[in-house]
Design a protein around this ligand. Structure first.
Ligand SMILES: Cc1cc2nc3c(=O)[nH]c(=O)nc-3n(C[C@H](O)[C@H](O)[C@H](O)COP(=O)(O)OP(=O)(O)OC[C@H]3O[C@@H](n4cnc5c(N)ncnc54)[C@H](O)[C@@H]3O)c2cc1C
Length: 389
């Protein structure tokens, strides 16, 4: 009997798991996802600052066209029925499983800061990245003689990447639309006292120096308490902000809270899982950003989770013993303005153009996880081209 694997979520973890089980006769795989595409988040800041979105967007058909046992269902799961081993989608369709894998990632969280959800842009999917690009282009084109003020909230990798490329982008837009004398001020606001707080103190310092060289104003130890259409409140002061970009928070997918018996949310807002990724059920698993594993929150970790779970599902089908998950330390490689990046590995830190080459190789590595080399290369190269705007 084939095992029916239902995977909820078509991001890094879900797509990688389906890809690993593809054309394995022991499994019948259903991938439930609201979108017919995989989105490569790592290149999202480039789409927001003018590069082609075709690097970010990979049609699922390109990934699964030759997969005889993977069915992609365009749907979003709204209900779990563990007693009958079924889930229901918003379409009303019901999917039966032997094993259910929740790979639903994280959701953007504005922490109820007044005005933030309404006025700030974010970059959680390609639609929001393109909306941000439109907003920036609109602000640059309508600036007149006034400087454009852009505030980026959160100095993790996403905040640093986008903040450091905005002024470059403004030059491209100015050239394209014949705007003379365009002046843009970028500020990056972070509640902790380091940029890139997850990296070593040495990397944080290097990144901060680079941001200052790029004329990005860095406000550390600062809290944003409100946002309006053209301002933000920071540490009790109201600052003008034509475009506000939120990169500072996310939270567990809302679905988990409805099933407290199955999913226990830990301190980090992720679902607690066993060494085999089980939630509080032998046939329900959680992988990717949603799972509370070491190094969660990185695409590399989501991919590593998916490979480990696929391996165990295959072992189970061969009556072999399950293996405990062994976390793998990710490499951090953060672009900071143009073709310059900071790479931190267990062996040390590399920055500048060498770091940038490492970043481009990492981009290609991610795409090669899902696509044959030629197709991966085609998407990867599109990251070099400008979009139309
Ligand atoms: C802007 C940005 C830049 C990033 N850059 C990097 C980077 O450079 N390097 C790195 O390692 N990591 C990076 N990350 C983090 C990385 O993208 C995540 O760790 C990774 O996406 C996690 O994979 P996932 O499969 O758990 O979640 P996701 O990739 O977010 O996928 C979750 C999927 O589940 C779907 N879904 C949600 N609810 C439902 C439902 N009810 N039914 C069906 N489907 C559902 C969503 O639509 C989504 O497609 C970045 C993240 C962002 C936002």
């Amino acid at each position: 009997m084939k095992k029916r694997i239902v995977i909820v979520g078509g991001g890094f973890a879900g797509v990688k798991l389906a890809h690993e089980l593809s054309n394995d006769k022991a499994f019948e795989v259903t991938l439930i996802t609201p979108r017919n595409r995989f989105e490569y988040h790592g290149a999202m800041y480039r789409s927001a600052t003018g590069k082609s979105p075709l690097e970010v967007v990979v049609p699922l058909a390109e990934i699964f066209d030759d997969s005889l046992n993977v069915r992609v269902e365009l749907d979003a799961v709204v209900e779990l029925r563990p007693q009958t081993k079924e889930v229901e989608g918003e379409s009303g369709r019901v999917y039966s499983y032997d094993y259910l894998v929740m790979a639903v990632g994280y959701e953007v969280n504005f922490f109820n800061i007044p005005g933030m959800a309404l006025h700030a842009e974010h970059m959680y999917d390609i639609a929001s990245a393109i909306k941000l690009r439109h907003r920036l282009v609109g602000a640059f084109r309508s600036a007149g003689k006034k400087p454009v003020s852009v505030s980026v909230i959160g100095a993790g990798p996403t905040g640093v990447e986008i903040a450091s490329d905005i002024r470059n982008f403004s030059r491209v837009v100015a050239g394209m639309h014949g705007i003379e004398g365009l002046s843009v001020n970028v500020r990056l606001i972070e509640a902790s006292d380091h940029v890139l707080p997850m990296l070593s103190a040495k990397s944080s310092k290097t990144a901060e120096k680079r941001l200052k060289e790029l004329d990005v104003e860095v406000l550390l130890g600062s809290k944003v308490t409100a946002a309006a259409a053209d301002s933000i409140d920071v540490d009790g002061k109201t600052l003008h902000s034509d475009v506000t970009i939120w990169t500072a928070g996310n939270r567990a997918n809302g679905l988990f809270a409805s099933y407290p018996d199955i999913f226990t949310i830990g301190d980090r807002g992720r679902v607690q899982v066993s060494e085999y990724f089980n939630a509080n059920s032998p046939d329900i698993f959680v992988i990717g950003d949603a799972a509370d594993t070491k190094y969660a929150g990185m695409a590399q970790t989501a991919i590593h989770n998916a490979i480990a779970l696929a391996d165990n599902l295959k072992r189970a089908s061969n009556q072999q013993k399950w293996l405990s998950y062994a976390p793998k330390q990710p490499e951090y490689v953060v672009p900071i303005g143009g073709e310059w990046a900071l790479l931190e590995t267990e062996d040390g830190v590399i920055d500048g153009s060498e770091g940038w080459h490492a970043r481009r190789e990492a981009d290609r590595w991610v795409l090669e996880n899902f696509l044959v080399y030629d197709v991966a290369h085609k998407h990867w190269q599109r990251g070099e081209r400008l979009a139309e705007f």
